[in-house]
Design a protein. Structure first.
Length: 257
């Protein structure tokens, strides 16, 4: 796979700066909350951040497309398409918990080639790009070896919220692992890329939830697939298995059938 162009990696950092500057400004102020058709919350912050990102992309790269959580698809058939989750963890943002952030990804000809995630209050930023590796706050990171579930630190994001229908299989994995990560947050993928978490297993992920994580995990040397072991695409089914070690991924896959 060809490397992601360096100028677009730099532009992703610029977009991350725009989003996180806005999120820091809004984080301690009053928040107006609405409920979307799917029952999830949305705030004026989600919309303001996505609007700012779309404006920046349109100005710098008018031929690029955008797929955003709040405003849908624009030029989705373009050669380069940005995938935007302006505020991942809206519930946590509303509650004042520092577990929210921005997720950005870039697809080239339908293949995910770049991902950025950041928690704006702690200023922890992960960027993974094909041909560039993955970095955490500018320092290259890599997954760690962990061959078996009984030695693994596991995150089952959404276990008590959007993965209730998967309790049986996820509970079995939780009982079999060494320890579990507490908290439903995208940060688990960054920690996996940095060798602090061994696997993330979940479901009900939308494209804007998993696209950035795909590039971050892969370019740190990890594996990230759906529950059938297929590489993630722009049309994946929302099941997620990320692991730092292919041996661990294989063991978990054998239990997801």
């Amino acid at each position: 796979m060809a490397p992601c162009p360096a100028d677009l990696v730099a532009f992703a950092h610029r977009l991350g700066d725009i989003a996180c500057d806005l999120l820091r400004q809004f984080a301690r102020g009053p928040v107006s909350v609405e409920t979307k058709g799917d029952g999830s919350p949305v705030t004026q912050v989600d919309r303001a951040v996505e609007t700012a990102l779309r404006d920046a992309i349109r100005q710098a790269h008018p031929m690029h497309g955008v797929i955003g959580e709040e405003y849908g698809a624009e030029r989705a058939d373009a050669e380069f398409v940005w995938i935007v989750d302006p505020l991942d963890g809206t519930k946590e943002f509303i509650q004042g918990l520092p577990l929210f952030g921005t997720l950005l990804a870039l697809a080239h000809q339908g293949e995910i080639v770049l991902g950025l995630s950041e928690q704006p209050l702690t200023r922890d930023r992960w960027v993974g790009a094909d041909g560039h590796g993955t970095a955490w706050n500018g320092t290259p990171v890599h997954v760690r070896p962990c061959a078996s579930l009984d030695a693994a630190v596991l995150s089952t994001m959404g276990y008590d919220s959007f993965c209730i229908h998967r309790h049986d299989v996820l509970a079995s994995l939780r009982r079999s692992c060494r320890s579990t990560v507490i908290g439903d947050t995208f940060l688990a993928f960054g920690l996996l890329a940095a060798g602090r978490v061994d696997a993330v297993v979940s479901d009900k992920f939308a494209l804007h939830d998993y696209a950035a994580e795909d590039a971050i995990v892969r370019n740190a040397g990890g594996s990230i697939t759906d529950w059938a072991g297929r590489r993630l695409t722009l049309a994946s089914d929302g099941t997620i298995l990320a692991a730092g070690d292919v041996r661990l991924a294989a063991e978990i896959l054998s239990r997801l059938g």
